[in-house]
Design a binder for this molecule. Structure first.
Ligand code: NAP
Length: 294
């Protein structure tokens, strides 16, 4: 289906959602949800909601008052909203961040996190042969790494090897996600011996740092030691093909890019707010990508 320019025909009954961030103009979510609204012909709107930190509580209280079905939450509010909502799901507590708000029928707000499920759904779509049989390596210990680790725990990987520049943050992540018995923690940069000793066992490695993002240095890793069936995933999506993924492709490894995680994490919220579970298609990927590259 192609989308020619259309006249927005919101009615008085339009369903409303949006993305709360500060700043929020970098967000791809209005474009993404706008595509699905148009594709499904839904009478709804998804708008950017620029909310400074000192007005976050007011903005949240305003959602039910204004008749919003819910909202996404992005930087810098993902942890700050937790004490401000009425219910927090187990996965959001586990990750320590909320990215999706649902306004319930009684006017209360539930905060949840769809990043972990988005990561897994994207992995299944882009690397369907991957199984959680072997250990996984996660590079990074920030918010995205927490979601990736939660996803891998849910998937049932036997061990997570955590690598991070700041060792204390990796230890904190392992402790709070209770993966200390299954986690090996190594500092970045990885020395050849330490990486090579474990890389042979790995079925999946995930870059969950900002390394490789436009304007950031690349993540340098020797991928030649990975097994030929290992999967290399990057959660960075600008550029879509990070230097890590380019190298992985040169070694003939299966690669998973970060755009799919962004698209898949959005499905659950859209379904809750607008009543349709949307799909992640090649056309959607191309549409969102053209906005990122614009
Ligand atoms: P964050 O909480 O700020 O964590 C940043 C991580 O990157 C930390 O592990 C940090 O290490 C590491 N890092 C940053 N610069 C580094 C450098 N020069 N050398 C080594 N390590 C470095 O950020 P986040 O929210 O986790 O996001 C990380 C990346 O994931 C961003 O690029 C973001 O756009 C992307 N992301 C993608 C999705 C998606 O849907 N695809 C979702 C969320 C995030 P230290 O602990 O040592 O500082």
């Amino acid at each position: 289906m192609t989308h020619s320019p259309r006249i927005l025909t919101h009615t008085g009954a339009s369903r409303l959602a949006g993305v709360i961030g500060w700043p929020v103009d970098h967000s791809q979510s209005p474009r993404l949800h706008g595509y699905w609204l148009a594709h499904h012909g839904i009478d709804g709107a998804y708008v950017p909601l620029a909310v400074p930190p000192d007005r976050l509580a007011e903005a949240l209280a305003g959602l039910p008052a204004l008749g919003f079905s819910g909202a996404n939450v992005t930087i810098p509010h993902k942890a700050a909203v937790i004490p401000l909502v009425h219910h927090v799901t187990a996965v959001a507590r586990q990750i320590g961040a909320v990215n999706t708000l649902i306004v319930n029928g009684d006017g209360t707000i539930t905060g949840t996190n769809t990043d972990a499920q988005g990561f897994l759904d994207n992995l299944k779509q882009q690397a369907p042969a991957w199984t959680p049989a072997r250990p996984a390596a996660v590079i990074g210990a920030g918010g995205a790494a927490r979601a990736v680790c939660a996803a891998l725990i849910k998937a049932g990987v036997p061990e997570i090897l955590l690598f991070n520049r700041t060792i204390d943050k990796a230890a904190e992540l392992a402790e709070s996600l209770r993966i200390h018995r299954a986690a090996a923690i190594f500092p970045l940069p990885l020395t050849g011996g330490m990486w090579k000793a474990r890389a042979r066992d790995i079925g999946l490695m995930v870059n969950a740092t900002a390394l490789g993002m436009t304007g950031h240095p690349a993540l340098e890793l020797d991928l030649s030691v990975l097994q030929p069936d290992a999967v290399v995933a990057d959660i960075v999506y600008a550029p879509l093909k990070t230097p890590l993924l380019v190298t992985a492709e040169q070694f003939g490894l299966t690669t998973v890019d970060g755009l799919g995680m962004l698209l898949h994490q959005a499905r659950a919220g859209f379904s809750q707010w607008f009543g349709v579970m949307p799909e992640v298609t090649d056309e959607l990927r191309a549409f969102v990508l053209s906005g990122i590259n614009a």
